[in-house]
Design a protein around this ligand. Structure first.
Ligand SMILES: *[C@@H]1O[C@H](CO)[C@@H](O)[C@H](O)[C@H]1NC(C)=O
Ligand SMILES: *[C@@H]1O[C@H](CO)[C@@H](O)[C@H](O)[C@H]1NC(C)=O
Ligand SMILES: *[C@@H]1O[C@H](CO)[C@@H](O)[C@H](O)[C@H]1NC(C)=O
Ligand SMILES: *[C@@H]1O[C@H](CO)[C@@H](O)[C@H](O)[C@H]1NC(C)=O
Ligand SMILES: *[C@@H]1O[C@H](CO)[C@@H](O)[C@H](O)[C@H]1NC(C)=O
Ligand SMILES: *[C@@H]1O[C@H](CO)[C@@H](O)[C@H](O)[C@H]1NC(C)=O
Ligand SMILES: *[C@@H]1O[C@H](CO)[C@@H](O)[C@H](O)[C@H]1NC(C)=O
Length: 253
């Protein structure tokens, strides 16, 4: 059997483990172009989806080509790739860098929330709450904070000082562009009395926005995540609540 080159890549990666290698070997060994499809890299729109990512056709006969966290849904008519472990949450993949283990994604539902003509509301989930191992939100992002102020709306001086931008949803809801995205210190630094705060990472273009005025475009521009290869199956199964067990469905030998 010809051994695909990605195997050598994963072997040379420092975090690659015997477990990971065995996953890939199983995937490679079963990739044969039968009804489930093969496991070679595939195009989705402009993107090449290569291991550890793999495209699921979501058919019963599908063979698994990796672990579920890296499963990608591809809409063949639009060429839009979505991280499948987040399908309900809808992270659209704009770009992937296999060398840097990073990907640029957009949290599509956040835009839907803020533009809904009938139920306009600020995001109700922190982006970090929808992500876990093997993904990490990069500190290269900035922190875009949304406030839903129900108890005590900030006064004019506070709005000016914090550069709060009222959102199109109105009703004392505001956006604010914070500093570098830091998943741990977010809460204290950005909390505002009487308001529920939600944190979204956004990747600014060089020389880009200095305030939250263009918050929709900032969200649409996406944010940067990095990934790690799991060193042990249990780590990965903790990652997403919906992920299926390894032995059960993922690796079909
Ligand atoms: C692909 O995207 C189009 C346009 O958004 C949508 O109408 C269609 O239902 C999608 N197809 C699948 C299989 O999700
Ligand atoms: C593919 O790339 C072209 C040119 O960069 C861009 O206009 C187009 O929107 C991209 N398509 C998708 C599905 O991302
Ligand atoms: C996509 O990633 C490649 C490689 O990292 C980079 O050169 C390119 O500029 C990126 N494109 C976008 C639209 O971010
Ligand atoms: C603020 O929160 C309340 C209670 O959760 C919700 O009903 C309302 O739609 C939210 N307002 C905005 C603008 O998001
Ligand atoms: C956010 O931080 C927590 C605690 O430090 C960590 O467990 C979690 O994986 C982080 N989430 C992301 C998406 O980086
Ligand atoms: C977002 O995260 C912060 C800090 O972890 C937390 O205090 C806040 O309640 C979260 N917001 C929502 C809407 O869950
Ligand atoms: C916010 O940024 C825009 C450009 O993105 C700028 O035109 C505007 O003056 C800024 N607003 C404030 C209050 O600084």
């Amino acid at each position: 059997m010809a051994i695909p080159s990605f195997l050598f890549l994963s072997v040379s990666a420092s975090v690659a483990s015997a477990w990971w290698l065995s996953v890939m070997l199983v995937a490679a060994a079963s990739g044969g172009g039968e009804d489930g499809g093969d496991c070679s890299p595939k195009k989705c729109g402009n993107l090449t989806i290569s291991p550890p990512f793999w495209i699921s056709q979501r058919r019963q006969t599908d063979r698994a080509c990796g672990i579920r966290d890296f499963m990608v849904d591809c809409n063949v008519s639009t060429g839009v790739a979505t991280l499948a472990s987040s399908t309900k949450n809808g992270f659209r993949i704009f770009n992937l860098s296999y060398g840097e283990r990073s990907l640029l994604v957009m949290d599509a539902h956040k835009v839907d929330d803020l533009t809904s003509p009938t139920n306009c509301h600020t995001p109700t989930w922190n982006t970090s709450a929808k992500l876990g191992f093997p993904f990490k939100i990069s500190p290269a992002n900035r922190n875009l904070v949304f406030y839903n102020c129900t108890a005590k709306p900030p006064d004019a001086a506070e709005r000016r000082e914090l550069e709060l931008v009222e959102t199109i949803c109105l009703h004392n809801s505001f956006a604010r562009l914070g500093g570098s995205y830091n998943n741990r210190s977010n809460m204290d630094e950005y909390s505002l009395e009487g308001c529920i705060a939600t944190f979204l990472p956004v990747l600014l273009k060089p020389g880009g926005a200095t305030n939250a005025t263009g918050y929709l475009d900032l969200i649409r521009g996406g944010f940067l995540m990095t990934w790690e290869l799991p060193s042990h199956p249990s780590e990965a199964s903790e990652a997403s609540e919906e992920s299926v067990g390894y032995g059960d469905h993922l690796i079909i030998v």
